[in-house]
Design a protein around this ligand. Structure first.
Ligand code: ACO
Length: 442
C-alpha cells in the first residue's frame, strides 16, 4: 500500500540503523541491519503490541469490546458495566460507578486556573493535582483505574462551574458517571433521556485500541511511570483536532455551512484549500465507523435536535460525495465525531466541553490498556532514521590574546583590555574567588 510502509532508508549515509553511529548519550546504536527494517510514517500499519481489550475491524466497520459488538453494548449496557468489562474482561450483571468526591486540594488548584483555560488543560491539570496528592505508584491497578475514572467528571464539572463564578456541586453517590457529571455541572438531576444519551456516548467513547492517546499512555506506562502520568499524557494527545478535538469543530463547520444549499460550495472550497472536513476520515476505518452509526441512533432519540440533525444528515451526504470525487485515492467515511457532536449538543453541553467530555469516557480504555500493558512491561522505544549531517567537528578555537600584565589601578578606574576566556575561572588560574556551584548534568 503506498505510503504505508517504506523500506528503511538504509542507503542514507548517516542512518543510525545502517551505520551503527553512537547516539547522543554515547550508547552505540543497534548493529546495521540494512534493508530488513521498514519505516512507516505515523506508525501506520505497524503492530506495536498485543491486546485482548478491543477489536477494531477497519475494513468491515466493526468494533468489539472484549468480543461484544459496540451496537449491543450501547443498546443493552451501561458505561459502568462497560468500564468493568474493559478492566476485568468479564461482563457484570450490574455495576455502579459514581463520580468521586472532589478533594479540597484539587478544588483549590482548579480555582487558580484562569477561566479562559481550555477545558482539556483544566482537566489535565486537575488530574495531575489529584494524582500528586495520592501517590499512584506503578504498577497500575484496578482500584487506581476506577478512582481516576470516577474523579475525572468531578474535576471537569467543578472547573466548568468555577469559570462561571459558581460554586462546586458535591457528587451524588447514587448517580452513575454520565448522570453524575451532568448533575455536578448544573446542580440539578438531569433528565433521564439526556443522562441515558450521554451514558451511550460514554460507552462509544470508552475504548478504541491503539489510538494516539492510548498509545501515549502506554509509552508512559512502559517506563514504569504512574497511571496518573499516563492519563495526563493521554489527555494531551487527545486534545489535538486530529483526534479528540474534532466534534466541536463539526459544530463550527455546520454553523458556517448554515443551510443544505450552501453545503456543496462550502465543502468543495474547504477541500480545495487543503482543509479537512471534520467528522470524516479515519486512520483505521475504511468503512462507515460503527460508533457513528450507534450515536446517530442515540441523537435521533433526543428532543430538540431535529433541525440540527436534518442539516447534519444532508451535509453528510454531500460531504461523502465531495470527498469521493476530490480524494478518489482515499476511502473517507463518516467518523464517530460527526454524530458525537449531535449527542453532546443534544444533552446541552457547550461545544468547548466536547473534547474533555470525550476524555472522561476514554478513561476506562486508557486505564484498561495501561493495566494490561504493565503485565508485559516492555519499554517502548522505537528507532529513528537519522537525517542530520555526517559526523563533523567544531571549528578550531580562535587563539585567545592574553591580557598584558598591568600595574595597580587607580581606584574607581574601569578595567579595560580583552576579557579572560570563560573557562579560565579564578580557581583554574590559581586566584582565590567565590566557589561556583555547577549544575549537575541531568
Ligand atoms: N477531509 C478532507 N481530506 C481528508 C480528510 C478529511 N476529513 N481526511 C483525510 N483526508 C485526505 C488527506 O488530505 C490526504 O489527502 P492527500 O493524499 O491528497 O493529501 C488523504 O486523505 C490521507 O490523509 P492522511 O492524513 O494520511 O490520513 P490519516 O489516516 O492520517 O488521517 C484523520 C486520519 C487524522 C482522522 C483524518 O482523516 C482527519 O484529519 N479527519 C478530520 C479530523 C477528524 O474528524 N478527526 C476525528 C477522528 S476520529 C477520532 O480520533 C476519535
Amino acid at each position: 500500500m503506498p505510503g504505508v510502509t517504506e523500506t528503511a532508508r538504509a542507503d542514507h549515509p548517516t542512518a543510525t540503523a545502517a551505520t551503527g553511529i553512537a547516539d547522543a548519550t554515547g550508547t552505540p546504536a543497534d548493529p546495521p541491519v540494512a534493508a530488513a527494517r521498514t519505516y512507516s510514517p505515523g506508525l501506520e500499519g505497524v503492530i506495536a503490541g498485543e491486546s485482548s481489550i478491543a477489536y477494531v475491524d477497519g475494513a468491515a466497520g466493526r468494533l468489539l469490546y472484549r468480543g461484544y459488538p459496540i451496537g449491543e453494548l450501547v443498546e443493552h449496557g451501561t458505561y459502568a458495566q462497560v468500564a468493568e468489562l474493559l478492566w476485568t474482561g468479564a461482563w457484570p450483571a450490574h455495576a455502579h460507578l459514581p463520580c468521586a468526591h472532589l478533594p479540597s486540594d484539587v478544588a483549590a488548584v482548579l480555582r487558580l486556573i484562569p477561566p479562559s483555560t481550555h477545558p482539556m488543560d483544566a482537566l489535565r491539570t486537575g488530574i495531575s493535582a489529584w494524582g500528586a496528592g495520592r501517590g499512584m505508584n506503578w504498577p497500575p491497578t484496578l482500584e487506581q483505574a476506577r478512582a481516576l475514572t470516577a474523579i475525572a467528571p468531578s474535576i471537569l464539572a467543578a472547573f466548568a462551574r468555577f469559570r462561571q463564578g459558581l460554586e462546586h456541586v458535591e457528587a451524588d453517590p447514587q448517580l452513575d458517571l454520565a448522570a453524575g457529571f451532568l448533575y455536578q455541572l448544573r446542580g440539578e438531576r438531569p433528565d433521564p433521556a439526556a443522562a441515558r444519551a450521554l451514558d451511550a456516548y460514554f460507552i462509544v467513547g470508552a475504548e478504541h485500541g491503539f489510538n494516539a492517546s492510548t498509545f501515549t499512555a502506554l509509552v508512559i506506562t512502559s517506563t514504569k511511570s504512574d497511571l496518573t502520568s499516563g492519563v495526563c499524557g493521554a489527555i494531551g494527545a487527545l486534545k489535538g483536532p486530529l483526534h479528540g478535538g474534532a466534534p466541536s469543530e463539526v459544530v463550527d463547520q455546520l454553523s458556517q455551512i448554515g443551510t443544505p444549499e450552501h453545503a456543496e460550495a462550502w465543502l468543495r472550497d474547504a477541500v480545495a484549500r487543503g482543509e479537512r472536513l471534520m467528522g470524516f476520515g479515519h486512520r483505521v476505518y475504511k468503512a462507515y465507523d460503527p460508533r457513528a452509526a450507534a450515536l446517530r441512533k442515540v441523537a435521533e432519540g433526543l428532543s430538540g435536535m431535529a433541525d440540527w440533525l436534518a442539516l447534519a444528515v444532508e451535509v453528510e451526504d454531500v460531504a461523502l460525495r465531495v470527498l469521493a470525487e476530490l480524494k478518489p485515492d482515499h476511502i473517507l467515511k463518516t467518523n464517530v465525531e460527526y454524530y458525537a457532536a449531535a449527542v453532546l449538543q443534544g444533552v446541552g453541553l457547550p461545544p468547548d466541553l466536547f473534547p474533555a467530555t470525550f476524555a472522561l469516557a476514554r478513561h476506562a480504555g486508557w486505564t484498561a490498556h495501561c493495566i494490561e500493558y504493565a503485565a508485559t512491561s516492555r519499554l517502548i522505544r522505537p528507532d529513528v532514521i537519522y537525517t542530520g549531517p555526517e559526523e563533523r567537528h567544531l571549528p578550531a578555537p580562535a587563539p585567545v590574546a592574553r591580557p598584558k600584565a598591568r600595574g595597580p589601578k587607580a581606584s574607581g578606574a574601569k578595567a579595560s583590555g580583552p576579557k579572560a576566556p570563560i573557562a579560565a575561572s579564578p580557581r583554574a588560574s590559581g586566584a582565590r574567588g567565590p566557589k561556583v556551584r555547577r549544575p549537575k548534568a541531568s
